[in-house]
Design a protein around this ligand. Structure first.
Ligand code: UDP
Length: 248
């Protein structure tokens, strides 16, 4: 595979320095691979979560591609003197990956969200992206015992590409844990994207996105996210500590 990315370390977590275009090229390469690859799209809260959870950090270490979603990671990379090229919103990457899936004749499975959300998202995306084949959908609420039948359902659909929306950590864990059992070639954790695609959550307007304020818009729509955003000062303090240690 052509090397289209370089990996930097932010508070012990790997993050790939890719533009949206680079990430989509890597996606295409991975779709031709022999087995399931994992793509993660963490923001700074999720990087912070991983830095406190060694098993999640290992999953991200094993991921073939870790896309920097979130303005916090851009700031962090600047503080570390290794500035990332750009912020790539996970949902923009996922949208681009769906378009390539349609162009290349692959099919996709949507797994996650509350009952009805994945179906509605599929209906909207089929209408919007000509030729997109959605092989199947399944909601994201299940017990441990149901997992083998979910894996079977995904495999039975014949999907080449798997979008998993179970929220951070759970979605990456699912893909990583079933790398050998799943037949799809790429699995990506897409967080709340199915909620947006289904129309049940709104994406931030252009003004917020351009000014690095998407997090503020999401906070307005889902005030309970404050709990997650509260870790950001500690994240930046940890980045500053990393910088100081590297300078010693
Ligand atoms: N979700 C799910 N199963 C679960 C927990 C969450 O399908 O057991 C879904 C939830 O309905 C939502 C998404 O996962 O659609 C979580 O989105 P969020 O924006 O919180 O993702 P994050 O930012 O954590 O990646």
């Amino acid at each position: 595979m052509m090397e289209r990315k370089s990996r930097i370390n932010i508070v012990g977590i790997p993050v790939d320095d890719v533009t949206l275009g680079d990430a989509l090229s890597v996606f295409e390469d991975l779709m031709k691979g022999p087995r399931l690859s994992l793509i993660a799209t963490p923001n700074s809260e999720i990087v912070m979560m991983a830095s406190k959870d060694p098993s999640f950090a290992e999953i991200l270490d094993r991921a073939e591609l870790v896309i920097p979603d979130g303005i916090g990671l851009l700031y962090a990379s600047k503080m570390l003197g290794r500035p990332l090229k750009e912020r790539v919103a996970g949902i923009d990457f996922a949208q681009g990956a769906l378009e390539r899936t349609a162009q290349l004749g692959y099919s996709v499975f949507f797994f996650g969200g509350r009952p009805g959300i994945a179906e509605k998202a599929a209906e909207n995306k089929r209408r919007e992206i000509p030729g997109l084949r959605i092989a199947g959908t399944r909601h994201g609420y299940f017990t441990e015992e149901e997992i083998p039948s979910i894996v079977e359902e995904i495999n039975g659909s014949g999907a080449d590409f798997l979008c998993v929306a179970l929220g951070a950590r759970k979605q990456e864990q699912f893909i990583d844990a079933h790398r050998d059992a799943l037949h799809a070639r790429v699995g990506v954790g897409i967080g709340g994207s199915l909620d947006v695609w289904s129309g049940s959550l709104k994406r931030a307007p252009a003004f917020y996105r351009k000014n690095g304020l998407e997090w503020l818009y999401r906070l307005k729509q889902e005030p309970s996210r404050i709990r997650r955003i509260r870790v950001l000062p500690a994240f930046l303090a940890n980045v500053a500590t990393q910088r100081m240690k590297e300078e010693l």
